[in-house]
Design a binder for this molecule. Structure first.
Ligand SMILES: [Fe+2]
Length: 264
């Protein structure tokens, strides 16, 4: 019963994950691409890795700074108010996200023109479509509690399509190969993260209405992710094409059930 529900949910996600992948893939050879747009998407990715918010209970106030601050408040209560395993988990998460920030920040600083400033977190800004995604996620959590959080976890990372499409540039010369390397550094962490969100759902005792609601919430978030990503990359995909993707005119991405340890 639960597996059939998971499959239905994943089938709702795969066309939208494919849409996000298409945005990134289109960008690599888009006539809109320039050094300026490359610097911009890298800055914006750094924003997401350092400041981005929307899912974890610790990350309000920024993935890295928010979690550090929350942990600092609790660390003296280790084994009283907070389990040592939980502390270790939060530290691992902070280290991972900070290393993702480093991967993209290093690349940005390497390709910036002479005289342009190096990246630092204080320079990084969200963009309207990213803010809209965060607002949607917070709204879903506020209105639907744990089911909203579950939907956020499912949509987090968007099946890592930015990173897999970046890795597809592997072997190309110059910047392309470096993008592939940066994306490869991040891919495994994020893929594991996303799978944890999906696997956890099988352990919850959800009723039919809950499954339907999660489906509605997660697809709304994934649609907004396509807009977030399209804007991050200076709109390589037209609004007409975005609408077509929303309408299902796209080959769905293949979900890796084996890696997710879910029976297909
Ligand atoms: Fe990350």
């Amino acid at each position: 019963m639960s597996i059939a529900n998971i499959q239905r949910l994943i089938n709702a996600c795969t066309p939208l994950w494919a849409g996000e992948a298409e945005v990134v893939r289109t960008y690599w050879s888009s006539p809109k691409r320039s050094l300026q747009t490359d610097l911009l998407w890298l800055q914006r990715q750094c924003f997401k890795e350092f400041w981005g918010s929307g899912v974890g209970k610790y990350d309000r106030g920024g993935v890295v700074p928010g979690q550090l601050k929350k942990l600092a408040e609790k660390i003296l209560d280790t084994d009283i108010g907070i389990g040592r395993d939980e502390v270790l988990g939060v530290l691992d998460g902070i280290r991972a996200e900070f290393s993702h920030y480093c991967a993209f920040a290093d690349l940005h600083d390497e390709i910036r023109p002479a005289g342009a400033p190096k990246i630092h977190p204080g320079l990084l800004l969200p963009w309207p479509e990213e803010d809209a995604l965060t607002a949607l996620r917070f709204k879903h959590q506020a209105e639907h509690g744990s089911l909203g959080m579950r939907a956020c976890k499912l949509s987090e990372g968007g099946y890592c399509t930015l990173f897999s499409e970046g890795m597809a540039l592997s072997g190309k010369p110059g910047l392309e190969g470096k993008i592939a390397e940066a994306c490869a550094k991040v891919y495994d962490d994020e893929f594991g993260h996303m799978l944890a969100g999906i696997a956890g759902i099988a352990e919850e005792n959800l009723g039919p209405a809950d499954w339907a609601l999660i489906g509605t919430l997660v697809t709304a978030q994934l649609r907004q992710r396509i807009r977030m990503r399209n804007a991050q990359f200076s709109f390589p995909v037209s609004e007409e094409r975005v609408q077509a993707i929303y309408g299902g005119d796209i080959r769905p991405l293949e979900f890796d059930y084996r890696r997710a340890k879910l029976a297909a």
